[in-house]
Design a binder for this molecule. Sequence first.
Ligand SMILES: O=C(O)CCC(=O)C(=O)O
Ligand SMILES: [Fe+2]
Length: 349
Amino acid sequence: MPSATTPDANLPIFDFSRFQNSDQQERKEASKEIVQAFKTFGFIYIINYGISQEKIKDLFYWSAKFHELPDEVRNSPELLRPEPVPGATGYIARGFSPLGREKISQDTFDDQSLKALRQVQDAKEFFDMGPEAGVPAVREPNRWPSEDVLPGFKEYFQTFYTEGNELSLEIQRCLALGLDLDEEFFTNFHQDADNLLRLIHYPAVERKAIRMGEKARIPAHTDFGTLTMLFQDSVGGLEVADPKNPQEYISATPIEGAAIVNIGDFLKRWTNDILKSNFHRVVEPPAELELADGNELAKERYSIPYFVQADRNKTIGCITSLEKNAEPKYPPISAQEYLNMRTFATYKL
Ligand SMILES: O=C(O)CCC(=O)C(=O)O
Ligand SMILES: [Fe+2]
């Protein structure tokens, strides 16, 4: 499969097996093309990325199973995500966040502006999980549903979490090769697998409420980690800012067998703004799929982002070797400091 923008997709699609299963020259070429697409769009689709479509189907099966649990179970103290503790220096997401709990914000950190943003609820609910073991300082226990409630859920996600992490390391190797860095350059900063796997459910919602700006699925934002791998169902609604005209958005249509990969702000900063973290949002699904039967409710939607994050205790400085005579655009920062700054703005009440 050639790496190119195809007529049915507005973003480039790459066959990732060209990087994973080829000789060195093909690997290098694929990585260069992928890096070029990330410089332009910040978003790509990948196919043949080494996780079977069966497993991806199971991913959505388990997410639906979780969100079909009665509210009193999802909101029980064992599953509900704890509130941020005032004055805490770190906050790690685990467990269930009901509708309206998170408000995506962009470059807004003061209390008053954050309060104003919160007038429009993000109509999504989600379940977060992270690694099971590792550096104690940055670990929060996962808040698994018990085996009585959802037998097999925990086991499935423990396995998927690891497979997702392995894929993320491969993507990091691809990026490093494409940028002419040592292949393990980025993976050396991602040894703790301190990622976040999120099962998002957007319940059916009145189309009018979204269109009138009374509710949002997810307003325009950039992701803030290293990179995100995103799996979505077939409903649609995800849009990415058009690099040629950033006020306009292009549809990141669901494509069978493809996952989306996008660059986060942390990696943008790290690469001295060479790799792009692009704005994206989730709007109502395309009308032609829905209004035919007079449906005024936007269909429910499931998506599963896997947010990849660097080891909290490691500090990154801008890589200036990617451009001739470049000066660092930002001072060095630790992953912990950076992620705290961003998560606190997102969850402030
Ligand atoms: O639901 C989606 O397709 C995108 C979700 C997203 O952008 C996010 O959670 O950061
Ligand atoms: Fe996002």
